[in-house]
Write a protein that binds this ligand. Structure first.
Ligand code: NAP
Ligand code: MG
Length: 817
């Protein structure tokens, strides 16, 4: 008993006997642990904190001279200060005169993450945690200066071991081990509303970290600024761990303190509204001070400058740079504690776990400004530098942070061919780029304007150039284009009835077109039996699309005249127009093209793991169409039977009319290889059967591995007329959007660009989610089975997609579509 008499005396003097309620039941280790904790408590201080618990720390009525803080605006790229600051900042980093301290004592519990907050995976495809994203900045600095900045992480009792373990386990993520150090902040008891200290367990005092201001006492007790890199530092950069747009030791920021010679700069951003929940800066009696939003008097919150901006609008971003000497001087100072009332889980006097309201006391680092002289705000663009990950959902969540992060760290990409088009889809095209893609991706495209007027102006050379560009670059994305007919020639005053651009592209690329419906839960296929998408492969070469056609006068005789390589001719009679004039078409195909078509179909089916069907009319067309069948059958026997059997999929030939009746009774989930015309027609049938033409994607795959993505639908002229008349249009952008995402995914997977693939999959998922949540354009609204449909126009739908791109962690959507 003697060994512990001191603590009995202490708790009794300070009316905290409850702390020893379970003493007699504790084993020796438990007693030792509790006694040690009690001995470390400053009871007098705790009593003082409790007595002031409900009083505001900042009280304007208490007097004092309140003024706005002096502000240095972060220089824009084109201002002369930019270069001056950056150069100065990089120079001090290079000389090893900057250290970084990150406040990382918190747990990820509010994020639903069990572990230190810094170990939280932000939800990108690369799986990076907050710590790794912070390290990215230090690696960038190393690249620029050749110096590894020493990074100190302030942990807490709760997460110290886990944090250190995390870095060890990952080999410090490639950063030099001796340049990352850890130190613990101090803990302080949590006090019940009646003034009694709480227990977490019979042998454990309920304590919590003493706030980010605890850095001062921790720096003092660890002596970090007295030895090694800490002693050599001229500047100390300090940040909160949770902001993933923080640039560690931002050279502009560090340069600004070096150039201006201040004691401290603190990053701020302008608050958005008078009532925004953010602490703001002011000068009180000449000293910089942050006033918590709960403590800002209303007139101060609303005060405006003559230019309309908030007079006290500089919100604290939690990023500071101190002159090391000034910070050292402040280490001894006594900074105030702020009080929070929080719900905590502790044990009651009989040992039951209860939830109760209690006081938590925290010091704030910015209160050190009361003792540090010359402090200025360094105002930055909030959207570029502030993306905190604090909450599980809503504001300041991982979802909002991912979005902000990607706006700043846009995704780079290899070049793709971009082919613009006509009418409504040209409008959709531009909006998709502006709203969905360009904010997050540095779009790298070789642009070809396949709009009808430019095709006319270039005598359609632009289409050929685009096709050749796809051959060169491997990936293209195309907007729907007008295929002129007589009416279009007149409507647009064209030089001639230009060929279908798609036919030109297919002719040059010699590819196969695969069309796949985009399926959503809320739209049931018209055909009840269809459960899975049916992919249509269209042989996009020759036949009627490349035919020579003519009108034939009455009485004329038509022959096929084939001039052979040896100069001899073979003449085959076609028809005698004895009784009537008529029309004649001569069309062709090539075995190489048919074989390439078959090859792509077998390969596609294998890759997708689905059955392959092929259909034609070999009973009627015993030479022409029968050749198609023969090529498919032969190739299957020679090259694919074994592979198909191994993959558990089948190849199946049937007559085209039999195929169509089987398709209508099937449950889907296969690829249907069709000849050019059949594919053209049946794909539209399938599109409307699955929901809508606007939900059909299309990709042309060439035998040499080039990919051209587009929507299957046309230029939607009826909507375009409404658009031109200024009416809102409910054009569905999904198929065009998926053309873009298809191209980005292909480019990304060819280049090993995981960020790009992730982004494209996010966009697809966002579009599908929006529809499944009931937000859809008119075409879908009329066929969807869904109770809460919100019918939106084109812009409304794209906004809904945009809102959802970053909502989910990538792990939850990867590879879903
Ligand atoms: P379309 O543009 O596909 O439009 C046909 C109808 O389908 C539209 O009037 C509309 O119905 C509905 N629709 C199609 N896409 C839609 C979308 N994204 N959102 C909502 N509804 C949609 O076909 P078209 O009118 O036969 O052809 C128009 C032009 O497109 C022609 O000049 C043609 O040459 C060209 N075209 C180009 C391609 C291509 O480039 N790949 C393909 C086909 C056609 P409602 O009017 O009932 O709303
Ligand atoms: Mg068609």
């Amino acid at each position: 008993m003697d060994r512990y008499s001191d603590i009995f005396e202490t708790v009794s003097t300070h009316s905290q006997k409850g702390l020893l309620a379970f003493w007699d039941r504790l084993d020796e280790a438990g007693k030792e642990k509790l006694a040690e904790q009690i001995r470390s408590v400053d009871f007098v201080k705790m009593e003082e904190l409790y007595s002031r618990a409900e009083k505001p720390v900042f009280n304007e009525n208490a007097g004092g001279d309140i003024r706005p803080i002096e502000v240095i605006c972060a220089p824009g790229k084109n201002s002369p200060e930019y270069d001056i600051y950056e150069k100065a900042g990089l120079e001090v980093v290079k000389k090893g005169e900057v250290i970084a301290i990150t406040l990382a004592g918190g747990q990820g519990s509010r994020l639903g993450h069990d572990g230190p907050k810094g170990t939280y995976n932000v939800g990108f495809a690369n799986g990076k945690t907050i710590f790794e994203i912070q390290l990215d900045g230090l690696f960038r600095l190393y690249e620029k200066t050749g110096t590894y900045v020493h990074w100190y992480l302030m942990t807490s009792d709760t997460n110290h071991e886990d944090t250190v373990g995390f870095f060890r386990e990952h080999g410090f993520f490639g950063y030099p081990e001796d340049k990352i150090s850890f130190f613990k902040q101090n803990m302080i008891p949590v006090v019940g509303k009646d003034g009694s200290m709480l227990l977490r367990a019979p042998s454990e005092l309920f304590t919590a970290p003493d706030g980010n201001g605890g850095i001062l006492s921790a720096l003092k007790s660890t002596g970090i600024l007295e030895e090694g890199d800490g002693a050599a530092a001229k500047y100390v950069f300090v940040n909160n761990v949770d902001n993933i747009l923080n640039f560690m030791c931002d050279p502009l920021f560090v340069g600004a303190i070096e150039v201006t010679g201040r004691d401290c700069l603190t990053k701020t951003f302008m608050k958005r509204s008078a009532t925004e929940k953010a602490g703001v800066y002011c000068l009180k009696d000449g000293k910089a001070k942050v006033v918590e939003y709960t403590e800002v008097p209303e007139d101060m919150a609303n005060a405006k400058n003559p230019d309309g901006s908030f007079m006290y609008g500089d919100a604290n971003a939690g990023i500071y740079v101190f002159k090391s000497d000034s910070l050292k001087k402040a280490l001894d100072s006594d900074i105030p504690f702020h009080t929070y009332v929080k719900k905590v889980k502790c044990i009651d006097s009989v040992g039951h776990e209860i939830e109760t309201e209690a006081y938590k006391f925290e010091m704030f680092l910015f209160d050190v400004f009361g003792v540090i002289g010359d402090v200025a705000a360094y105002r930055v663009d909030r959207d570029r530098e502030f993306a905190p990950v604090k909450n599980r959902t809503g504001n300041d969540s991982a979802a909002t942070a991912r979005e902000l992060y990607r706006r700043v760290h846009k995704i780079g990409m290899g070049t793709i061919v971009e082919m613009d088009g006509d009418e409504m889809t040209r409008v959709v095209w531009q909006k998709i780029k502006e709203k969905i893609l360009e904010p997050y991706v540095v779009l790298n495209t070789e642009y070809y304007d396949l709009g009808i007027m430019n095709r006319d102006a270039t005598d359609d050379k632009v289409t050929v150039e685009a096709a050749n560009a796809i051959k060169r670059l491997g990936v293209g994305v195309k907007c729907a284009t007008i295929t002129p007919n007589a009416a279009r020639v007149e409507e647009y005053g064209l030089k001639k009835m230009w060929r279908s651009p798609n036919a030109t592209l297919r002719g040059i690329l010699d590819g196969t077109v695969f069309r796949k419906p985009i399926t959503v839960d809320v739209i049931e296929p018209m055909v009840r039996s269809w459960k899975k998408p049916i992919v249509i492969a269209r042989h996009a070469f020759g036949d009627v699309y490349a035919a020579a056609e003519t009108v034939v006068e009455k009485g004329a005789k038509a022959f096929l005249n084939i001039v052979k390589t040896d100069g001899t001719a073979e003449i085959i009679p076609v028809h005698e127009f004895e009784n009537s004039c008529g029309v004649l078409s001569g069309y062709f195909n090539e075995f190489d093209s048919i074989r390439n078509f078959a090859l792509s179909c077998f390969e596609y089916a294998l890759e997708a793991g689905i059955d392959l069907w092929f259909s034609c009319k070999d009973t009627v067309s015993k030479t022409y169409e029968a050749s198609f069948r023969k090529i498919f059958d032969t190739l299957y026997e020679e090259k694919y039977r074994e592979k198909f059997e191994k993959a558990g999929i089948t190849y199946f030939y049937t007559l085209v009319d039999d195929a169509i009746s089987r398709v209508m009774k099937s449950e889907g989930g296969f690829c249907w290889a069709c000849r050019n015309y059949d594919g053209d027609v049946f794909s539209d049938m399938l599109a409307s059967g699955f929901g809508s033409l606007s939900m059909m994607t299309s990709v042309l795959v060439s035998p040499d591995g080039c990919f051209e993505f587009e929507a299957a639908h046309g230029t939607v002229p009826r909507h375009y007329k409404k658009y031109l008349a200024g009416e809102p249009t409910s054009t569905n952008p999904i198929a065009t959007l998926f053309a873009w995402t298809g191209a980005l995914k292909k480019r990304g997977s060819l280049d090993g660009n995981a960020d790009l693939v992730e982004f494209a999959e996010r966009v697809e998922n966002a579009a599908i989610s929006a529809v499944n949540e009931g937000i859809m354009t008119g075409d879908l609204a009329s066929i969807a089975k869904c109770d809460n449909i919100v019918r939106v126009d084109l812009d409304g739908f794209l906004d809904a997609v945009k809102e959802r791109i970053f909502t989910l962690p990538y792990a939850e959507i990867g590879g879903k579509n």
